[in-house]
Design a binder for this molecule. Sequence first.
Ligand code: AQP
Length: 352
Amino acid sequence: MPASQSAAVQTPQTYQPRIFSGIQPSGGLTLGNYLGALKRFVEKQDEGIETIYCMVDMHAITVWQDPAKLRQQTREGAAAFIAAGIDPSRSILFNQSQVSAHAELGWIFSCIARMGWMSRMTQWKDKTAGKNAEAASLGLFAYPALMAADILAYKATMVPVGEDQKQHLELTRDIAIKFNNDYGVDFFPVVEPLIEGAATRVMSLRDGTKKMSKSDPSDQSRINLTDDADTIATKIRKSKTDPLPLPETVDGLKDRPEARNLVNIYAALAGHTVDQVVADFAGAQFGTFKPALADLAVAKLSPITTEMNRLMQDPAEIDRILGHGADRAAALADPILEQVYDITGMIRSRRR
Ligand code: AQP
């Protein structure tokens, strides 16, 4: 309904600070997922903000997933969250498909979002580039509407993500604004993306212009959270670089995507600024820098891998944690969804 025909806009609401974010179990998690998302999810939890984290399995099936692998990857992803420091008694941790509010609100948002908005999404363009877009799933096209539902089903106000998700979050804002305008309500918050730190976009180890991705066909392009110490060290040693030494200033990393990527990774893992890392390694050859980076990566990632492996010994316990998280998530989302049905004029008279 156009805004002009709808009820008067209510007094602007204040929304409780609440964080939502998710990761697709579309493969094993990578260093990119860790630095761009997981590590920051833990920091937000530890700041005491209400945090809701989700393995977004319904997003994962927008491209083909083998069922047995999807189950394994969902449990492994949940284990990675816990091993990295997410405490399921403080944060809500669950998998998306267990809370039906995501799918239900996703449909409503598919009716709010416009085809033109979706077709401008760079992730859609990237994932269909060089392929027959007609053969892509409708779900892949509508992905950002479901993502908006993931966030707004909880009226989350902040979403920590990597740089690649910025455009999807802008679309989430557009959906919230259009819903509020169309129905003449001040119901959904306009969310803030939290894109912070030295590694908001970790690049492939084989090509510094390409994002490190769990679905890249080359395993050498990424560090997986399941890689052992030797594999991590070998991948870093063999990572693509240029023949120059590291520069004296950050400006010297311009037009050196592979060098910049490794320096960014070092800074994010060490918790230092990029300037500090450049100052510490000014003039060093990669023969010196890469072993230092490998030692740091192993020191930071190995404890997580060890804990993940321990947790994966008891998949029933992981399922129990996800189920408990889903109950808590549904308790927040269901009343919000009921209000959405009411706002949109859908009758809810069935006995439960
Ligand atoms: N390379 C990256 N650098 C920084 N952040 C990253 N993220 C992903 N890759 C990087 C962040 O991780 C969160 C979860 O991402 P996702 O699993 O939902 O999907 P994605 O962004 O599409 O990640 P992948 O690894 O590239 O998955 P596939 O290959 O399945 O598409 C997000 O916050 C994302 O920004």
